[in-house]
Write a protein that binds this ligand. Structure first.
Ligand code: PDD
Length: 279
């Protein structure tokens, strides 16, 4: 693995150390970003940096780097990673301080960043689609912030894995929110439905890109609340994320979605999405 970045220095991962009193370790007090990189070019970089700035502001951690400094750091990480297709992980915590829930008076945020190779989703997933389960969304009410405190997401994703599924789709008070680590789009009566961007889900960059593709190609779509019953009668369901792009879900709680194979809209969006990678 190429060197990682920690607080201003590049170093081998094995040498990177964070004090145990880092609030990221103690409280999960931090935010992060994951940026896909194709042919050494980050996809939708500005939007990822906007979202990072928004997450930092949302948890009141001062942004430790300027936009230019973030971009320089990302370029350095990309150049150091041998694989051209990679993902960049950025992570900022409130910093190191004696344990006290309230913010410390003076701390310097901890900044950690790394690049790693990114494999495309397995071909089988795209050919056959994947299995997902549903669960009550028991996360907090600031899911629009990309925080490192992911214990609820971890537990939900683990439930999926233990059920032999790839993702856990979350239902809050009768409405679909998103997946444990992805956004979810569904097709009902030929219309692509996207749960609205609000505090109950992460404003996914892939979700954005997919809706923009839909708009450009005159694919009917609506950003509006999706009920659990719409989810269950959807002809297609897909999950989107920076690292897995668009993955069709063809089995939901052991029931086939549509005819049990990836549907026409999922396939079309997936193929159009490929064009964004090599503009
Ligand atoms: N997760 N919702 C949640 C809860 C997520 O964790 C993610 C992505 C998304 C999709 O967002 P985007 O399209 O911007 O990647 C939605 C990343 C990949 C992760 O935690 O590794």
């Amino acid at each position: 693995m190429s060197d990682i970045y920690l607080n201003g220095r590049f170093m081998p991962l094995e040498q990177a150390r964070v004090p145990v009193m880092d609030r990221g370790f103690i409280f999960g007090d931090g935010v992060y970003e994951v940026i896909p990189v194709y042919d050494r070019i980050p996809l939708a970089l500005e939007r990822h940096l906007d979202r990072l700035a928004n997450s930092l502001e949302g948890v009141r951690i001062p942004n430790p780097l300027t936009r230019t400094a973030w971009k320089m750091l990302i370029q350095q990480l990309i150049a150091r990673e041998p694989e051209a297709t990679q993902s960049i992980y950025l992570h900022v915590t409130r910093g190191v301080a004696p344990r006290d829930h309230a913010f410390p008076k003076e701390t310097t945020p901890t900044v950690f960043a790394m690049a790693k190779p990114m494999a495309p989703p397995p071909a089988e997933w795209l050919r056959q689609g994947v299995k997902a389960i549903t669960h009550n969304d028991f996360r907090w009410l600031k899911c629009h912030l990309k925080t490192t405190a992911l214990l609820a997401n971890v537990l939900l994703r683990q439930m999926a894995v233990e059920a032999g599924a790839v993702e856990c789709l979350l239902i809050r008070e009768g409405y679909l929110t998103e997946g444990a680590a992805s956004n979810v789009l569904v097709v009902v009566d030929g219309v692509l439905l996207a749960p609205p961007r609000n505090h109950l889900l992460l404003p996914g960059i892939t979700y954005d890109l997919v809706l923009e593709i839909a708009a450009r190609h005159h694919i009917p779509f609506e950003e509006r609340p999706v009920t659990e019953s719409e989810l269950r009668r959807a002809s297609e369901i897909m999950m989107t994320s920076s690292t897995r792009e668009i993955v069709p879900i063809t089995l939901l709680d052991d029931q086939p979605v549509g005819n049990g194979l990836p549907g026409p809209l999922s396939k079309k969006l997936l193929s159009l999405y490929q064009e964004l990678k090599h503009p």
